[in-house]
Design a protein. Structure first.
Length: 364
């Protein structure tokens, strides 16, 4: 990175770890600050106004940023105190904007990226909401039947000495098992979920889980497209802001969550520093960067319109993500209907069939 970027890093007094700040809060911060700066307001007045309308943890962060900027420090330098709030891409865009005098434009671009991220999160939540509700409802119904309905009619079914079908015998066994061990299983499940979340958040576990994300059907394709869209958009924005290709690659790599894409981009940055082209350096990792993307980047480099090519690639993969989430939601609905039908059908057969047999034996 250049001298300015090194000064940016060395100027940090401390890295402060605050609680989670939502994508919406960060998007609104970037958008509001950009609009206020564009209207001619000074950065200190803009930050003071944003502080007055902020809430919670983010209000404390804005207060620190305001007081530091007012005392003469750069916005990017102060933001770097909060690496878990402001990504390296966010910091880099602000740093480039301060150096080039296009801070409001760069903030608008950051807000656009954060908006894309929020829309994607909302789409995934929307696609998963219906399946989760259906599965939870099925578990509740099955548990109610097994724990409350079946125990009341089991003595009646066994009292008539009729041959019970395997479905009923299995349901009776499951009911007995759940009454004896249900609470222990629930507690074990909760503990396992908590442990899984804690393990996933550990850095040493990242390679395993991130490889799993990339190789799992459907999820893998979505993960690849997400990373390709984010890399292309962020690179295009940073290059358009005036940063060098090496600086942009380093900042984008630091903002990626996926371990393998992050490591690949770090190595690509090293290759570009040695004189290689972006397309040729990315081509060393065909598992992560598809041929179509490489061809478009090569054309962009040769024509001198690399930023435009990157932004077009980002738009292409964003469309792919949108299509994939819609297809996932469409495919899940009939699958869930079949699942519910099987559960209800199994319960009906297990309960009604023996009752029908008992009624028949009485009428004889």
């Amino acid at each position: 990175m250049n001298k300015k970027s090194k000064n940016h890093a060395s100027a940090l007094d401390v890295s402060i770890d605050f609680g989670r700040v939502s994508l919406l809060q960060k998007m609104l911060f970037a958008k509001q600050l950009a609009l206020m700066l564009k209207s001619g307001m000074s950065i200190t007045d803009a930050l003071k106004l944003i502080y007055s309308s902020s809430q919670g943890t983010f209000k404390q962060i804005i207060a620190d940023i305001y007081s530091s900027v007012k005392s003469g420090r750069g916005l990017a330098v102060v933001m770097a105190r909060y690496p878990r709030v402001f990504s390296s891409f966010f910091q880099g865009a602000v740093l480039a904007g301060e150096a080039s005098g296009n801070l409001e434009l760069n903030l608008q671009n950051v807000a656009a990226q954060l908006k894309k991220d929020k829309e994607l999160v909302d789409k995934i939540k929307s696609a998963l909401f219906y399946p989760v509700i259906v599965i939870v409802a099925a578990i509740i119904i099955a548990s109610f039947v097994a724990l409350y309905v079946l125990p009341k009619i089991t003595p009646l079914l066994l009292g008539f000495k009729v041959q019970l079908p395997w479905t009923t015998r299995f349901l009776i066994w499951l009911s007995t098992f759940m009454q004896a061990w249900g609470l222990y299983l629930l507690a074990a499940f909760v503990v396992m979920v908590i442990l899984a979340v804690l393990v996933i958040r550990q850095n040493w576990a990242s390679p395993f889980f991130h490889r799993l994300y990339l190789t799992t059907p459907v999820v893998g394709n979505l993960t690849c497209n997400l990373n390709l869209s984010r890399i292309s958009f962020n690179l295009g924005i940073l290059l358009r802001s005036g940063l060098t290709i090496t600086e942009s690659l380093t900042l984008v790599a630091g903002s990626l969550n996926n371990y393998y894409y992050r490591q690949a981009l770090i190595k690509v940055a090293a290759g570009v520093t040695k004189g290689g082209s972006l397309a040729a350096s990315l081509a060393r990792y065909p598992d992560y960067f598809p041929e179509m993307m490489l061809k478009m980047l090569k054309v962009g480099e040769e024509s001198g319109h690399l930023e435009d090519s990157l932004l077009y690639i980002a738009e292409f993969y964003e469309t792919e993500i949108d299509t994939a989430t819609k297809n996932l939601a469409t495919a899940l609905e009939p699958a869930l209907l079949i699942f519910i039908g099987l559960v209800v059908g199994f319960l009906a057969i297990a309960i009604i069939t023996p009752i029908y047999s008992i009624t028949g034996s009485i009428t004889r």
